[in-house]
Design a protein around this ligand. Sequence first.
Ligand code: PDD
Length: 280
Amino acid sequence: RTVYVNGDYLPEDQATVSIFDRGFLMADGVYEVVSVLDGKLLDFEGHLVRLKRSLKELAMDNPLSDEDFLAAFRALVDKNAITDGLVYLQVTRGNPGDRDFAYPAAGTRPTVVMFTQSKPGLADAPAAKTGWRVISIEDQRWARRDIKTVQLLYPSMAKMEAKARGADDAWMVEDGMVTEGTSNNAYIVKGGKIVTRALSNDILHGITRAAVLRFAAEAQMQVEERSFTIAEAQGADEAFITSASAFVMPVVEIDGAAVGTGQVGPVATRLREIYLEESR
Ligand code: PDD
């Protein structure tokens, strides 16, 4: 695989980053995941806008122009002959030369890393036909989940807990209300109405979420942005999640209780179809 590191395209085993990089020592970095279908980048513009917002919130320099980011994404898709898959992008605050809690002096170059993952048949994931089973778990992440940082230890712990319990993912709960999945936004459907938590610092502002809510409105579906409990989700007609890598994925079971019929429902199925049709 050819990867990108600070302007160079290198074989993955020749790409290196300093052990003093703040991404490594402090989880001081942000990232984006952009899907590729039929060689085309999905929602690239939205991901770039969010990346720049994450950088700004953390007072990190933006290392590349929009054109350079796009050119690098395209070059990697090309060099690695990606038909279906994703491009991962990470920007960390770089190497101050030593460990220090204070940010390095202005002018320290951020570290930019990008790589691809090939996922043939990504849009035809069999799980979309059977749906995911999720567990609920307390949300113990920090309070700025609107910034897409590489601090992913708690979501990893939650994913491991889900796996240990034979489930596919975990929905995190704070003050009795669902925030989001380990790496996706959460939704329920009741009486034809789509319900998802409103945007705030409590959740990541999903790029797929924005697209799906726009398509839902265009298709005259009702959308309500408000919080919901696990009990309400278990009593809903349908549930689903959205993310750049899973698109729209139905959720058929929560903490062992079937959602609706326990089968993949029509609203999630339709939104998945619309999303895949409109964004590729
Ligand atoms: N995760 N919420 C969280 C906590 C996420 O990590 C993600 C994305 C989302 C969905 O955002 P988007 O639709 O922009 O992908 C919501 C990516 C896919 C990941 O970490 O792999």
